[in-house]
Design a binder for this molecule. Structure first.
Ligand SMILES: [Ca+2]
Ligand SMILES: [Ca+2]
Ligand SMILES: [Ca+2]
Length: 335
């Protein structure tokens, strides 16, 4: 009887285990997981900013005259030694039209900035082009004509081109200015792609000296500023890498299985990449209820809520342009 009792118990346990396995097998047939992908579309470049300085300048946020929507930061005591609108009636300095933007030199301090805000959130392959008049001869060692970028609203600026100091920009044969001048002969072309995806990029033309208190040594004119970019319309690619088709016990993979079976808590891991643009964040859902958002790779969420039976795990990846893609996975969860 003793032996029979043991056997009976054993059979019952084995039967129950078989039942669960059979149940899971049947469930596996109904389980689907699919990654939604769209075909990559290559878009032509579009104009993000175009400025020929032909319209009358208006007051900026603190009363300086600037092109509409632009800002001028001024140091020199004289308004006409700040960045200003230059008329060809004085001297033909524009690249096209009647006007350009420029700074005239002064004996007094000049730390003169002209800048505009760009929203590059939806773009990739961003490029800047403008025409310019400047004296690149190395005689003025301390003097700077720099193109700069700020990502923190103007607190910190990064020089992306130093026209008087980088050999790369020793352009032009002089025009009416003579040798050492670039006189609107070739466009200045600067790649801004490293700032693609950024919602607020300040782009500045900065006329200044390494010696505080000094004025500039030569005029600097710019015209026909153009910023172009390619619109990112391609969503990221997203995959749930954990849980995979396996049985997990308290976040540890026990053995491969036909589908994900999770006993206890699990760290859900998602791989999200973007062939065009960059991934901004990943959302984690269980049965269409948002559980967590991760803004930096590796994208993870600890699913430690008690749950039983079949649930739909969904990960949605967004790029900086707002394009998104999702992947769904049926997961059997116990405890
Ligand atoms: Ca112009
Ligand atoms: Ca101002
Ligand atoms: Ca994208």
């Amino acid at each position: 009887m003793k032996r029979g009792g043991y056997k009976e118990k054993y059979v019952t346990k084995r039967g129950a285990a078989l039942c669960i396995v059979a149940f899971l097998f049947l469930a596996a047939i109904a389980t689907t997981g699919a990654s939604v992908r769209e075909k990559m579309v290559a878009n032509p470049p579009v104009t993000i900013l175009s400025e020929g300085f032909e319209l009358e300048w208006v007051e900026d946020s603190d009363g300086d005259l600037a092109p509409e929507g632009w800002e001028v930061d001024a140091t020199n005591p004289l308004d006409e030694r700040h960045w200003s609108q230059f008329d060809n009636e004085l001297f033909p300095l524009s690249h096209s039209g009647e006007y350009c933007a420029g700074v005239w030199w002064s004996e007094d301090e000049q730390n003169e900035r002209l800048y505009v805000e760009l929203n590059l959130q939806s773009y990739v392959d961003v490029g800047l082009e403008f025409y310019s008049i400047y004296y690149w001869d190395t005689a003025f060692a301390d003097f700077r004509n720099t193109v700069e970028v700020s990502l923190d609203g103007g607190e910190n600026w990064t020089i992306i081109a130093s026209l008087l100091n980088d050999e790369e920009w020793e352009l032009g044969s002089g025009g009416p200015g003579g040798p050492g001048w670039n006189w609107n002969e070739e466009p200045i072309q600067i790649d801004l792609s490293q700032y693609a995806g950024e919602p607020s990029v300040l782009l500045s033309w900065h006329y200044w000296s390494e010696n505080p208190g000094e004025g500039g040594k030569a005029i600097w004119m710019i015209d026909d500023v153009a910023v172009t970019g390619v619109e990112d319309t391609n969503p990221p690619t997203v995959n749930i890498t954990k849980p995979a088709n396996a049985i997990y016990l308290n976040d540890n993979k026990l053995l491969p299985f036909l589908m994900p079976v999770v006993i206890g808590s699990i760290t859900v891991e998602v791989d999200a990449t973007d062939a065009e643009g960059s991934v901004s964040y990943v959302e984690f859902y269980v049965d269409d209820v948002l559980k967590s958002t991760d803004t930096s790779a590796p994208y993870m969420w600890l699913w430690n809520e008690t749950a039983f039976l079949k649930h739909t795990l969904k990960a949605v990846a967004y790029d900086t342009a707002g394009n998104n893609a999702y992947v769904e996975l049926s997961v059997w969860k116990f405890f």
